[in-house]
Structures are given as structure tokens and as C-alpha cells.
Design a protein around this ligand. Structure first.
Ligand SMILES: Nc1ncnc2c1ncn2[C@@H]1O[C@H](COP(=O)(O)OP(=O)(O)O)[C@@H](O)[C@H]1O
Ligand SMILES: [Mg+2]
Length: 426
């Protein structure tokens, strides 16, 4: 986690701690409304005091009530689980995220009924003993495997409030997605290395054969050189795809700002891919009623259309036809219009269990057939990232023997009058 994020999570922690103090008072853990109000001032003063000690918190008419609802709203909006316990580790307050994570959590029941991890329970004791905050880990296996970092901190009460005994606040930060990302990164490196090693091993094998047994066998040499060229080309394609993927990922958060006409882009790619499709006996057609402007990066959109047509021709070419179609749709709820680019084939289709995974890197329904066709397994991953960058959606519809339709849907660019902005070079 970055330093900024860490600092902001501690700021949130401080704010929630203040809120929890208010709750503790409201729950009657403390003695009476006067004390409650003083805790409010103390807690909020603690936070605001950190910003500027001399500022005075002016008490509203009914400070307990308004602070209480502010604290409640704050707590409810903290996406991470927050739990407040007293010095005997009895639960005083929890937020909705904590309830969702630990349904057995009940107010005024010991925390250990719902969360039995010794490290956390020992942590609470240690925090009470030393007064210093600490971090520990908590993980669950059911219903799914999740891991949390638990920050345990003392929440001091002012002198005279329940004998000045501190409560303890627990903040849980979900590490699951960070860990999943890390695992994905490791998988990705392993997959990429494996994909490169296979053609490399084959190249090395042929080089040895050419230096040895096939040294004086011109026909074998010709054949082997042909295979070596194909393997080297496969490695080059893989490296190109890996580079495009990382370039697109780097820019994914920056949406394109130039309007382009998706019809032109689709037509250009259909012209480029036409001969390849014809060679395979596939008729490639495009249907678009006029211009369809979107905010986009022309080169990236060309890659989208290219990959989708290539897949349709390679894997669905047996259907004889591939249709590219553009249309406009209007969302009935928001009234926003979008532009849909659909690439449809009439090939063997894809079984339902594969569809959600097709945009994963290196995922292929049939690895051997993809390799035979020069595939790297990165095409749809690249398409997906480009569509994301364009704030669009990608939908894959397919059923065995019913062909496949892949739709990329982009927000339409509503030109403010001037049609010339679409006059980019073809
Ligand atoms: N139109 C299609 N019809 C059938 N299968 C498809 C189609 N498009 C994609 N696939 C399947 O999805 C896999 C992933 O596609 P992609 O990411 O483009 O990788 P590649 O084409 O390099 O194998 C392909 O290997 C293929 O199994
Ligand atoms: Mg592909």
C-alpha cells in the first residue's frame, strides 16, 4: 500500500474512532448524556485538534443526537469492517461491513463468539496493556478464502468516563484482492515464460540437428529452416502482444479524448482482412448506417476490430460468413446512447463454461488449435483492456453449433455541431 493510502486509512481510522466514541456514549456504555456530550467533544476534538489545536468545537443545540447520526453515517459508509469492543473484549459497536463479514457478531456479546483467532484476541489484551496500536492477520476459509490485516488500537476515554478505561477499536483491511493480484502476476510471468520457452526449445533442437545429423541433407535443412522461421515468428508475435498489452494497461486509466468514426475503422479493417478471409473461403461483410462517432484511439480500435475478425475467421470460418455490424442503442433508463460493434460468425461456437474466461491472458479453448493458427491467447485480453480504456463493455455470446457474436459497446460521442472533427485521415 502507498504511503498516501496508508495515511488516509489512518485518518479514516481516527475519524471512525471519534465516531465510535460517540456510539459508545449513545449505547449507554458511559454514564448519561452529559458524559456522552463530553466524549463527543473529546473525540471530535481529538481529530480536529490534530489539525489545529486552538480551534474550538462549537457544541450544537443537541450535540449527542447530531454527532451520533454523523458517526452512524460515517461508520455505515466505511467499506472495511470496523468493530469496537470494551476492555473485556465485549462488542460495543460494529459497522455493516463487519456484520457482513462476521454474521455471528452481536452487541454486548464477547468478540470471541464471532472471531476466535487467538492473534486478534491476544492483540486486544496487548493493546490494553501497552497502549500502543498493533497489526495482526485474520483469515477466513468459509464461505470463501479471505485474508485481512487487523489494526488494533486503544480508544482512550477521558478521565472520569468509565474510570478512564480505554475501549479498543479493530479495523479490518481486506488483503484478498491484493493477494489475488499478486498471484495473477506470478501466474502471468510463469505463463509468459512457458509460452516463450516452447518455441525456443524447438529452435534450439533444430539448430543442433542442423549442426549435426542434418548438416549435409539439403531437403531436411530446408524443411527445418521453415519450421524454425515459424517458431521464431511465433515468439515475435508473443513479444509484440505482450508489449501491446502492457502499453494498453499503462494507459488504461486515461480515457481517449479525440472523436473518431468507428464505421471508418471497421471498414478499413474489413478491407485489410478481406484477402485473408477469402483465402479461407469466408465472406466478410460490414453493415453500418452512416458514421458512428466515439471518443477513441484509432490504432487501438483497429486492433479491436482486427482481433475480433481474425478470431471469427480462424475459429468460426467453417460457417462461411463473418458479419461486422455497427448500430446505435439508447439506454431506456439513462437516455444515453452507445455504439455497438458486433462481429458475428456461424462457426462451431464456444461452450458456456469457457466464455467467462476467454479474456484472461493465455486462456484458449483448444491450445493446439490456437497455436496452429498462430494464436498467442492474448488477443481477447488485449481487446478487453482497450474496450475498458474506452469506457466500453465487451459481451461474448456463443453456443455450440450456433456461432459466436462478440459485441464491443462504447459510449457515443455527441458532437457539438461540428462534423469536421471526424475528418481524421483514413
Ligand atoms: N469466434 C470464435 N469462435 C470460437 N472460438 C473462439 C472465437 N473467438 C475466440 N475463441 C476462442 O477463444 C480463445 C482466445 O482467443 P484470443 O484471446 O483471441 O487468443 P488466440 O486467438 O490467440 O488463441 C481462442 O483460442 C479460441 O479458443
Ligand atoms: Mg485471437
Amino acid at each position: 500500500m502507498g504511503r498516501g493510502a496508508r495515511r488516509s486509512s489512518w485518518t479514516a481510522a481516527a475519524i471512525v474512532a471519534s465516531g465510535l466514541g460517540v456510539f459508545a456514549a449513545g449505547r449507554g456504555t458511559l454514564d448519561g448524556p452529559m458524559i456522552g456530550a463530553s466524549v463527543v467533544v473529546f473525540c471530535l476534538g481529538g481529530v480536529i485538534g490534530g489539525l489545529g489545536r486552538s480551534r474550538i468545537v462549537r457544541a450544537p443545540e443537541n450535540p449527542g443526537a447530531s454527532r451520533h447520526s454523523i458517526a452512524e453515517a460515517l461508520l455505515a459508509n466505511i467499506p472495511d469492517p470496523v468493530i469496537l469492543v470494551d476492555r473485556r473484549a465485549v462488542v460495543i459497536e460494529v459497522n455493516p461491513a463487519a456484520r457482513a463479514l462476521l454474521p455471528a457478531l452481536k452487541l454486548r456479546h464477547p468478540l470471541s463468539f464471532a472471531l476466535r483467532t487467538p492473534d486478534v484476541l491476544d492483540g486486544i489484551e496487548e493493546v490494553l496493556r501497552t497502549g500502543a496500536s498493533l497489526k495482526t492477520l485474520y483469515s477466513t476459509r468459509v464461505p470463501t478464502e479471505r485474508a485481512f490485516e487487523v489494526q488494533i488500537g486503544a480508544l482512550p476515554m477521558p478521565d472520569g468516563v468509565v474510570g478512564g478505561q480505554p475501549n479498543v477499536v479493530l479495523f479490518l483491511r481486506d488483503l484478498t484482492s491484493a493477494r489475488r493480484l499478486e498471484a495473477m502476476r506470478v501466474d502471468f510471468v510463469a505463463n509468459a515464460s512457458h509460452e516463450l520457452r516452447t518455441p525456443l526449445a524447438s529452435l534450439l533442437g533444430f539448430i543442433e540437428t542442423l549442426q549435426g545429423p542434418a548438416r549435409n541433407d539439403p531437403p531436411a535443412r530446408e524443411r527445418f529452416l521453415g519450421i524454425m522461421k515459424a517458431q521464431a515468428q511465433r515468439m515475435a508475435r508473443l513479444v509484440d502482444d505482450l508489449l501491446s498489452l502492457s502499453r494498453i494497461e499503462l494507459r488504461e486509466h486515461v480515457a481517449p479524448t479525440r472523436p473518431v468514426d468507428l464505421t471508418r475503422i471497421a471498414r478499413q479493417m474489413v478491407d485489410t482482412q478481406g484477402p485473408l478471409a477469402r483465402d479461407r473461403g469466408v465472406v466478410l461483410s460490414v453493415a453500418a448506417d452512416g458514421a458512428f462517432p466515439i471518443l477513441g484511439e484509432r490504432d487501438e480500435l483497429l486492433r479491436v476490430v482486427e482481433n475480433l475478425i481474425e478470431n471469427a475467421v480462424k475459429y468460426g470460418g467453417s460457417g462461411g460468413r463473418v458479419e461486422v455490424a455497427l448500430r446505435r442503442q439508447t439506454d431506456t433508463a439513462s437516455g444515453r446512447t452507445s455504439v455497438e460493434l458486433a462481429v458475428r460468425d456461424h462457426g462451431p461456437g464456444i461452450a458456456a463454461e469457457h466464455i467467462p474466461r476467454l479474456t484472461e491472458r493465455f486462456y484458449r479453448v483448444d491450445v493446439a488449435s490456437s497455436r496452429d493458427q498462430g494464436g498467442t491467447g492474448l488477443g481477447l485480453a488485449i481487446v478487453k483492456h482497450i474496450v475498458n480504456r474506452h469506457r466500453g463493455r465487451l459481451i461474448i455470446e456463443s453456443a455450440p453449433d450456433a456461432g459466436t457474436t462478440v459485441r464491443a459497446i462504447f459510449p457515443e460521442f455527441e458532437a457539438a455541431g461540428s462534423p469536421d472533427i471526424l475528418a481524421e485521415p483514413a
